[in-house]
Write a protein that binds this ligand. Structure first.
Ligand SMILES: O=P(O)(O)OC[C@H]1O[C@](O)(COP(=O)(O)O)[C@@H](O)[C@@H]1O
Ligand SMILES: [Mg+2]
Ligand SMILES: [Mg+2]
Length: 342
């Protein structure tokens, strides 16, 4: 009898669907397309989550045997996730054009009446795919500026991060979560596999103004700008915790909740930085700002960078406001000299 009572006492949280509906009511002129688009992304996330969970039992682990436009070896799960998200966005009907890390060119979905553009990193943290470490998906959503009834244009795709109408990520970790913003705060939902539903578990996420975690791949230390070496030295002197998973989504998520800074400076291998503006940096920058944090390339706000290439990279400093500001001030004091990178 007790476990029935216990069971019935278990609160049934707010499902993502219900939350989206409630939020839509906040916008009297909302027509439901963005809500539907968020649901389409959540559906694809559930399918990709299942594929990831079963990767060890099926033959979709390992390399795919092709390179993407970045010259990176594609993993089979990169390709599976790419196909699943593109299919869900195409079938959903709300998206006219997609930019994906795994596609050289933009994808026109054929939904000429689709009002939205989506930029997506279908599988983030590819180096951690086969070793059971948290990985993710990152997405940015823009309203098209071109005329309805036509294909999306390159102008639609090169909007600044400030023009995002929504952004988010899915983290496939010890639990699977979807975290997103539409410009009214950040909310996190945990996936309940047996019910197949995302439930609101982290309402109104805010990030601490300061923290004591720093995340950077120190393997590239010798080629970091002097200012970043100075900052790492400060972190060491202050006995901050060095935490680096190697999956941007996972490092970002931890620092978002606990306070901290993630840095991907210029390195010898990536003189312009490694991470991609359109489908990695813009989305996380929108989220961190909505949570009270900051994101910069060391000189300017990431969201103010004018895109000019689908796969352009940038240096990336993101996290607790005071930590990012300290890095910016060190970089102003000791600007990056190009000679440092040769
Ligand atoms: O191995 P490095 O140079 O530290 O780079 C790790 C970074 O590269 C990434 O794996 C790049 O993303 P993808 O896996 O989507 O290509 C980030 O997730 C991660 O933070
Ligand atoms: Mg990535
Ligand atoms: Mg990726």
């Amino acid at each position: 009898m007790n476990n029935i009572k216990e069971n019935l006492a278990l609160p049934v949280g707010t499902t993502l669907d219900r939350f989206i509906m409630r939020k839509q009511e906040d916008f009297p002129y909302a027509t439901g397309e963005l809500s539907q688009l968020l649901r389409d992304i959540a559906l694809a996330a559930k399918i990709v989550n299942r594929a990831i969970n079963h990767a060890g039992l099926t033959d979709i682990g390992g390399a795919y045997g092709k390179q993407n436009v970045q010259g990176e070896e594609q993993q089979k799960l990169d390709v599976v996730a790419n196909i699943r998200f593109i299919r869900a966005l195409r079938n959903g009907g709300e998206v006219c054009t997609i930019i994906s890390e795994e596609e050289d060119e933009v994808i026109q979905t054929g939904n000429l009446k689709g009002k939205y553009i989506v930029a997506i990193d279908p599988l983030d943290g590819s180096s951690n795919i086969d070793v059971n470490v948290s990985i993710g998906t990152i997405f940015s959503i823009y309203r098209r500026i071109s005329e309805l009834g036509t294909e999306g244009t390159i102008e639609d795709c090169f909007q600044k991060g400030t023009e995002q109408v929504a952004a988010g990520y899915i983290i496939y970790g010890s639990s699977t979560m979807l975290v997103y913003t539409t410009g009214n705060g950040v909310n996190g939902f945990t996936y309940e596999t047996s019910l197949g539903e995302f439930f609101l578990s982290h309402p109104n996420i805010t990030t601490p103004k300061n923290g004591s975690i720093y995340s950077v791949n120190e393997g590239g230390y010798n080629y970091f700008p002097e200012a970043i070496k100075d900052y790492i030295e400060l972190c060491r002197v202050r006995n901050y915790a060095a935490r680096y998973i190697g999956s941007l989504v996972a490092d970002f998520h931890r620092n978002l909740l606990k306070g901290g800074i993630y840095m991907y400076p210029n390195t010898l291998k990536s003189p312009g930085g490694k991470l991609r503006l359109l489908y990695e940096c813009n989305a996380l920058s929108f989220i961190v700002e909505q949570a009270g944090g900051k994101a910069s390339d060391g000189r300017q706000r990431i969201l103010e960078i004018q895109p000019s290439d689908l796969h352009q990279r940038c240096t990336f400093y993101i996290g607790s406001k005071e930590m990012v500001e300290e890095v910016e001030s060190l970089l102003v004091a000791r600007p990056v000299r190009n000679t440092q990178l040769v």
